[in-house]
Design a protein around this ligand. Structure first.
Ligand code: MTE
Ligand code: LUZ
Ligand code: MOS
Length: 769
């Protein structure tokens, strides 16, 4: 089955916030933001901004009637800055005008006097200065300290992990429309309609029911609209509220890059101890997360880092420490993987360093330590399946790892200026929001008397194919044609209190809720059918392929006829149902529990060729075995695996997010921030699925959105292997992204050092003559 919205996408007919008909008298908002990373606001002069024709108003924090503070976990973030600013791009005022261009021009006329203060941009420095958000956390398993003595080899190291820009196609935007009474409808490009509703209501001092948030679809979210879309929706709503006119707020690409948070950079220390045989006995890791200026989701992201710190391995003695460090960067936020990728990168770095010291292949150490059924994670949960080992051996056999190893060795023996490398990357990602209460969802299903069906859930379509999957689930549950199913917009008046569309669980949660709602309607329809057929037992009624069966035999009743009859006999053809993931929970006082409904596992092999004269590389192939479950739509899921992989490869290689020490974004446009394109991706992507039934997913399916991103981590270690083939004696850093520039600098570190010394010497010479 094709995606249900594909036809609209290819014809340019798919509706986003921008495509809705313009309401009369709509105004446009522009944001005036801080240009310094930290400072005291001494004076703010708005007068000049009001001078040009077509400017309706300028709003600041003083115009907020209710709460200026927001944030889903810790409400430490002001919607509009008051006395101080804490990052470049922090909103201070909103200018509203007849066109966007007018509003933007007027915003430039605002004069703000700021006393600039020294900015913090490095997480370790923030940590030393006590700038910590929430509490540092520590997970412990076994006894690390006494385990070191039993190790034959102990190595230590440091990782510097870069951030990542979401680069959703549709930039942040919202349109707020005041309605009768003191109410408002807000069309927001958000993954989290309920958060927008809550925050806007609190900002205006209104009950939640006064605010309706509606979302048709997003042009990508990738986590960047899980928390941060709320800010822009709120600012549009603030202006619309005061002016009693529709107001739209859209960030330009450059403003979006500058003003929004990204994936968290991490600086981490590891210490790992192994036996001669390559068994990991002990692992200690300390993660310093660069959280940016406000809490956002950072503490939750850090928590997932702790959960995934041992990735797909069983290690009996572990101590994992993590701190969320407050710096003067835009608040960092969710991005596909949510702290998991950073944790896994450090684990893989530690294993790599061990392998290099022992002079064995990475995969020898990896294979020796893979999780199996019954193994305990540092957070207390037991591994329920053997799919790490199964995907590993499946990948090893299907893709002939031994052959790849020999081919690479042969190539490297006979080539000097180019080298090949490969990296095997197993993953194990926990499925459920780590905050247990978020694992809930509702669905609302109507059957109309013509047999057509309307489904609303709390999930947001953001390109991941949610609508297609929910439609497939509904079509299968009723056993009626897909053309009869319509997926409605996500709307807070139809579904209340929903969690964000995130954590890869949206189909799991909302699909299950949809099945429960459909189950209610089917039960009622069976009673009607039994009555109409004059039989006693509704349990013997079934629907198959739009026909009514009794005791397995076809009758002359169809779906459409049954629905019509049900309505005439006054049967409720609508249902609302609620689903909450059973059996999960976590005790933070002990840092132990069963936080995840299940794990998604897989193994990838990444192959590269490195040009050792230029530092450039090609990704030759990526070969994956992925634990997918019984897919609801395999084409959509394959797209998620490929898309996630692309985003992971980009994060590790060419996506070079840079700030200077004054907290200014240097990679502030698409000429300086590169993402993978079709040419960057390998020609050969092989994907094989394990298709065991998942008992807790709708129709046995599994979450798929985030885990494949982490296959991309393999590319770092593949390139590193090629670098070591060229320079076997050199110590290379565990620093990402491994851009061609970085590769070159590392390969020629000695020569560069010599050149620098010569240059310095010649300067000294010149200076003394
Ligand atoms: N795929 C597309 N095309 N666009 C997106 O924004 N977001 C990813 C992933 N895949 C995203 C995507 C992220 S971060 C998550 S958490 C999941 O989709 C969310 O959707 P799901 O829960 O339905 O998998
Ligand atoms: N968001 C969230 C997430 O709030 N909690 C999570 O555990 C999570 N995990 C992955 C992605 N987003
Ligand atoms: Mo995804 S990072 O959970 O939006």
């Amino acid at each position: 089955m094709k995606r249900i919205d594909a036809i609209y996408h290819v014809r340019g007919k798919a509706e986003y916030v921008d495509d809705m008909p313009l309401p009369a008298e709509m105004l446009y908002a522009a944001v005036f933001a801080s240009t310094v990373a930290r400072g005291k606001i001494l004076a703010l002069n708005l007068k000049d901004a009001l001078v040009p024709d077509g400017i309706a108003a300028v709003f600041t924090a003083e115009d907020i009637p209710g709460s200026n503070q927001w944030g889903s976990i810790i409400p430490d973030w002001p919607l509009l800055a008051t006395d101080e600013v804490y990052y470049v791009g922090q909103p201070v005022a909103v200018v509203v005008g007849k066109t966007q261009a007018l509003a933007q021009k007027a915003a430039k006329r605002i004069a703000m006097q700021v006393e600039e203060l020294p900015a913090l941009v490095e997480p370790r420095e923030a940590f030393v200065r006590g700038q910590i958000i929430g509490e540092p956390r520590t997970f412990v398993l076994g006894d690390v300290d006494s385990a070191w003595e039993q190790c034959d080899l102990i190595v230590e190291g440091t990782c510097e992990i870069g951030g990542q820009e979401h680069l959703y196609l549709e930039t942040q935007r919202a349109r707020a429309i005041p309605l009768e009474g003191k109410t408002m409808r807000v069309y927001s490009a958000t993954q989290n309609p309920y958060a927008a509703q809550r925050t806007i209501a609190q900002m205006l001092g209104l009950p939640y029911h006064a605010i309706e948030v509606d979302v048709k679809r997003l042009g990508g979210g990738f986590g960047g609209k899980e928390e941060q879309a709320t800010l822009w929706a709120s600012l549009a709503a603030l202006a619309a509220w005061h002016l009693q006119k529709p107001v739209e707020l859209v960030l330009s690409r450059l403003d979006d890059l500058k003003m929004t948070g990204k994936r968290h950079p991490y600086s981490s220390d590891f210490k790992i101890g192994v036996t001669k045989e390559g068994k990991i006995l002990s692992y200690e890791v300390k993660h310093y997360q660069n959280a940016g200026a406000y809490a956002d989701l950072s503490t939750a992201v850090l928590e997932r880092t702790l959960f995934h710190s041992t990735n797909a391995y069983f290690i009996p003695n572990v101590r994992i420490f993590g701190a969320s460090c407050r710096t003067n960067l835009p608040p960092n936020t969710a991005l596909r993987g949510f702290g998991g990728p950073q944790a896994m990168f450090v684990m893989e770095s530690a294993i790599t360093k061990v392998a290099e010291k022992l002079g064995v292949s990475r995969e020898e150490i990896q294979r020796n330590n893979l999780l199996q059924t019954g193994d305990v994670f540092p957070y207390g949960q037991q591994m329920q399946t053997n799919s790490v080992r199964r995907t590993w051996s499946e990948a090893e056999q299907t893709y002939n790892l031994a052959e790849i190893r020999n081919r690479v060795a042969d190539y490297n023996a006979s080539h000097f200026e180019t080298k090949k490398g490969y990296g095997v990357m197993p993953i194990c990602f926990g499925i459920s929001f780590t905050a247990t209460f978020l694992n809930q969802a509702s669905a609302l299903v109507h059957v109309y008397t013509d047999g057509s069906v309307s489904v609303t859930t709390g999930g947001v379509e953001m390109g991941q194919g949610l609508s297609t999957k929910i439609a497939a689930i509904a079509s299968k549950a009723f056993d009626i044609g897909i053309h009869r199913i319509k997926i409605e917009t996500t709307n807070t008046t139809r579904i209340a209190n929903m969690p964000p569309t995130a954590a890869s669980v949206t189909t799991d949660l909302n699909g299950n809720a949809t099945l429960l709602a459909i189950g209610q309607i089917l039960d009622r329809l069976k009673v009607v059918a039994a009555k109409e057929l004059g039989v006693a037992d509704p349990d013997k009624i079934a629907l198959a392929d739009e026909k009514v069966l009794y005791a397995g035999q076809e009758t002359d009743w169809t779906w459409a006829r049954l629905v019509e009859a049900a309505s005439v006999s006054r049967t409720n053809l609508s249902a609302h149902a609620f689903y909450a993931t059973p059996g999960i929970g976590f005790d933070r006082s002990r840092e132990k529990g069963h936080p995840f409904a299940y794990h998604v596992c897989g193994t990838a092999i990444v192959e590269v060729t490195l040009d050792c004269l230029r530092g450039t590389y090609e990704i030759d192939a990526v070969k994956i075995v992925h634990d997918l479950g019984r897919s609801v739509n395999e084409l959509v899921d394959r797209g998620q695996v490929e898309g996630g992989l692309a985003q992971g490869l980009g994060w590790m290689t060419i996506e070079d997010l840079r700030f200077n020490d004054r907290g200014q974004l240097l990679s502030n446009n698409l000429a300086t921030y590169k993402i993978p394109d079709i040419y960057f991706m390998p020609d050969a992507i092989a994907i094989k699925f394990l298709t065991d039934e998942n008992p807790v997913g709708p129709y046995g399916s599994k979450a798929v959105g985030e885990p494949p991103l982490m296959y991309g981590i393999g590319v770092f270690f593949a390139i590193r292997q090629a670098m070591r083939a060229f320079q076997p004696q050199q110590e290379f850093a565990f620093a990402s992204p491994l851009t061609p520039e970085r590769v070159l600098c590392e390969l020629y570190a000695e020569e560069l050092q010599e050149m620098a010394e010569k240059t310095a010497a010649s300067h000294t010479l010149q200076a003394s003559t």
